[in-house]
Design a protein around this ligand. Structure first.
Ligand SMILES: [Zn+2]
Length: 340
């Protein structure tokens, strides 16, 4: 998409990056016997290198541990706090460390398992800060209804509309440092860090050089984004949490959200325990970057899941070499022959 836009004369700023705070990072670092920041440095380097290897033409790679980003998040939280969009309350209930989110008693059931990842949840009782997300339900619904193509594909839009049929609750945006200290400190209470998702979402604003945040220079600013591309598993955070946070912060919403599907392996979700993980970087080693890119472009319908099989990959590889390669080669030789 970025290449196509550049080729057709648009000015393009392609932003990607890593979100590096939260319990999962802290846990992973502890397991490796290292510090979260050190692990984040290693991972960011790996991702940046992998995207470069795959010829992904990003213009800016943002890391949520960058000082500029920490400043942006603290500025915005401070404003939200002053505008009474954030309040403190006691939370008691069930918490899944894996998704870093709370669940209701009904959702965890009698066995106290996370409905998403099926891991055991833990009971917590703690002071939390909440964002008045519920106040923005009507405004969000209104926006989705007035902009039929704001969330694409339509199936995902319908999912969000379905989700918004329930009353929208306020969002817990903090974690006490006594439990988790790897995050951005709240500007109005230094015993809490910001919930990792809230911190991560605002990286889009930091990475776009929004005026009043990172840079005062309007010409460098490319927020709001024309398009945000996200995985279907993080649709709620991007089409409910994110726009309502932006509304409360008086910032414009992204113009469109595209939720992409998953890359399945022989019709099952890829997982290490199933031993069916197909590593695009390994494919690249064997067949080259263009072969992998062509396969993904050709075989993965936008928005839907796609299944990887060796046979399909081979078919697409053939197509690239024999159909497109052949066409290019003939065209070039005809240009050489008939044009001076
Ligand atoms: Zn979970």
């Amino acid at each position: 998409m970025a290449r196509y836009r550049r080729q057709t004369g648009s000015e393009v700023e392609f932003l990607t990056g890593t979100d590096e705070h939260g319990q999962k990072m802290k846990g992973a670092a502890a397991q490796k016997g290292t510090q979260p920041k050190k692990l984040a440095d290693e991972m960011a380097k790996k991702f940046e290198a992998a995207w470069a290897d795959m010829d992904i033409s990003f213009d800016r790679f943002i890391r949520t541990t960058e000082t500029a980003h920490v400043d942006v998040v603290q500025d915005i939280l401070d404003q939200l706090w002053k505008n009474k969009e954030i309040y403190s309350d006691t939370y008691s209930g069930w918490y899944c460390i894996h998704e870093e989110r709370y669940w209701t008693p009904k959702e965890v059931g009698e066995e106290h398992l996370c409905p998403d990842c099926k891991r055991p949840v833990e009971y917590v009782e703690e002071k939390n800060y909440f964002f008045r997300m519920g106040n923005y339900q009507e405004q969000l619904l209104d926006h989705i209804r007035k902009h039929p193509d704001w969330i694409i594909p339509q199936t995902r839009r319908n999912e969000v509309l379905g989700f918004l049929k329930q009353p929208l609750e306020d969002l817990s945006i903090s974690r006490p440092k006594s439990r988790l200290d790897w995050g951005i400190t709240l500007p109005f209470d230094d015993s809490h860090v910001c919930y990792v998702w809230v911190d991560a979402l605002f990286s889009y604003v930091t990475g776009s050089n929004f005026p009043g945040t990172q840079s005062e220079n309007l010409t460098n600013c490319c927020w709001p984004a024309d398009l945000q591309v996200v995985g279907k598993d993080i649709l709620t955070t991007h089409s409910v949490y994110w726009p309502t946070l932006l509304m409360a912060s008086n910032l414009p919403l992204p113009k469109q959200i595209l939720a992409h599907g998953w890359w399945l392996s022989e019709n099952a979700k890829m997982s290490k325990s199933m031993g069916n993980v197909v590593d695009p970087l390994q494919l690249r080693e064997q067949f080259g970057t263009d072969a992998v890119r062509w396969y993904l472009l050709r075989d993965m319908p936008t928005g839907s899941d796609a299944t990887f099989t060796k046979e399909r990959f081979a078919t697409r590889y053939e197509e690239l070499a024999n159909v497109l390669g052949n066409l290019a080669s003939r065209t070039i030789s005809m240009i050489a022959k008939y044009r001076s």
